[in-house]
Design a protein around this ligand. Structure first.
Ligand code: FMN
Length: 322
C-alpha cells in the first residue's frame, strides 16, 4: 500500500498561500495540517486566521485545521465554526513546545496532565467532526505518553500524530524511535510518524522499521528539499529541479509582495523559508547568512538570482551531518 504523506504545520511558513503555491510546483503530499489557530480569546477567531481556512483558499491541497486549546468549550466553539466551513476533521495540538504556550498548560504543556486530557476529550467527543491529535512523547519525560495512550484509545480519534521528542527538547536532539515503536504497539488508532524525515534514505529506514505505519508527516525536510515527497513516492522529477525551485520561489515572493506591505514582512517570510532551503545547497551556511542580512528587496532578488543560477544544489545530502 502506498504511503500517505502529510505536510506538517509550520506556523509562519506553511500558511494557506504557501501551501497552495507549493502544491502547484511540487507533487507528493496528500494533505496538510494547517498551523494552529489559538482559542485564547474564547470562541472568537481572528478574521485573518479564519481566512486562512476558507475552502477557496485551500483548493489544491486538502487541509485539516489545527486548534491549540486547553479549554474544551473554546475548542468546541471553534470546531463548530470549522464544521460550518465544511471541515470533517480537526486536529488538536498537544505538541507545541514554546514556553509561552506550554507554561500555560497548552500544547505540550498539557502532556503531564492525563486527567485533563481525558476530561477534554470526553467533552469534545460529541462534535460533528472527527478529531485527531498531534502529540510529543511528553513535556519533560518521554514516558508521559504511556499514561496518555490508554486515554487516546478510549476515544474515537481519527489518528494520532507522534513527534517522538519531548517538549523541552524543542527540535533538538535525536528522535526517540524506541519509544515511538512502543507507542505504535500500544495505540489502537492509526499512528502517523513525524520528525526529521530529511531524505528518501531516512524515510526508507523508518518505513522498514515501522511497517504498520501508513502515514508520514514531513515539515522541515520538505522545505529544504521540496521534491522530498515526490522522491518518496517515486514520482518523476523535472529535468531541471532547481529551476522549478527557482520558479516556485519567484511565485511565492510575488504572492507575499501582494499580501504584505513593505519589504520587512515579505523578507521575513522568505527568510523563514531560506532557513531550511539553504540547507540543500553546498555552501548553505554562507548563503543563509547573506540572505539573513538583506533588508531590501532588490538586494534580496540579486542574491537569490545568483544562488539559483550558480548554487550547488545537493538536497539528498541535507541533514546528514545532524
Ligand atoms: C517554525 C515552526 C513552526 C511550527 N508550527 C507548528 C504548528 O503550528 N503546529 C504544530 O502542530 N506543529 C508545529 N511545528 C512542528 C512541526 O509541525 C513538526 O512537528 C516538527 O517540525 C517536526 O517535524 P519535521 O522534522 O518533519 O519538521 C512547528 C515547527 C517549526 C520549526
Amino acid at each position: 500500500m502506498s504511503s500517505t504523506l502529510i505536510m506538517a504545520p509550520l506556523r509562519g511558513i506553511t500558511e494557506a498561500a504557501f501551501r497552495d503555491i507549493f502544491a502547484r510546483f511540487f507533487p507528493g503530499f496528500d494533505r496538510a495540517v494547517a498551523p494552529f489557530i489559538s482559542t485564547l480569546q474564547g470562541s472568537r477567531i481572528k478574521p485573518a486566521k479564519f481566512k486562512e481556512l476558507l475552502p477557496e483558499n485551500n483548493r489544491r491541497l486538502p487541509v485539516v485545521p489545527q486548534i491549540l486549546a486547553k479549554n474544551a468549550d473554546h475548542f468546541i466553539a471553534t470546531a463548530r465554526l470549522l464544521a460550518e466551513l465544511g471541515y470533517t476533521t480537526v486536529n488538536w495540538n498537544l505538541g507545541c513546545p514554546y514556553p509561552m504556550v506550554a507554561n500555560k498548560m497548552r500544547g505540550s504543556g498539557l502532556l503531564p496532565f492525563p486527567e485533563k486530557i481525558e476530561a477534554f476529550l470526553d467533552k469534545v467527543q460529541d462534535l460533528p467532526l472527527a478529531i485527531s491529535v498531534k502529540t510529543r512523547l511528553g513535556r519533560r519525560d518521554p514516558g508521559e505518553i504511556f499514561a496518555l495512550l490508554p486515554i487516546f484509545n478510549k476515544f474515537p480519534l481519527s489518528e494520532v500524530i507522534i513527534h517522538p521528542r519531548t517538549g523541552i527538547q524543542m527540535y533538538e536532539g535525536a528522535v526517540d524511535l524506541d519509544t515511538f515503536a512502543r507507542c505504535v504497539e500500544l495505540c489502537r488508532h492509526p499512528v502517523v510518524y513525524n520528525g526529521d524525515i530529511t531524505s528518501y534514505a531516512v524515510y526508507q529506514r523508518l518505513a522498514r522499521r515501522f511497517p504498520t505505519v501508513q502515514s508520514w508527516m514531513i515539515g522541515r525536510g520538505a522545505l529544504a528539499d521540496p521534491f522530498l515527497a515526490a522522491r518518496i513516492k517515486h514520482m518523476a522529477l523535472p529535468a531541471d529541479p532547481l529551476q522549478t525551485v527557482a520558479d516556485f520561489h519567484e511565485e511565492l515572493l510575488a504572492c507575499y509582495q501582494e499580501m504584505f506591505s513593505g519589504p520587512s514582512p515579505v523578507l521575513g517570510r522568505m527568510k523563514g523559508l531560506w532557513f531550511y532551503l539553504a540547507g540543500s545547497f553546498a555552501n548553505g551556511t554562507k548563503i543563509l547568512k547573506k540572505i539573513q542580512k538583506t533588508k531590501k528587496l532588490e538586494a534580496y532578488r540579486e542574491i537569490t538570482r545568483e544562488i539559483f543560477q550558480h548554487g550547488i544544489w545537493q538536497p539528498e545530502q541535507q541533514g546528514e551531518s545532524t
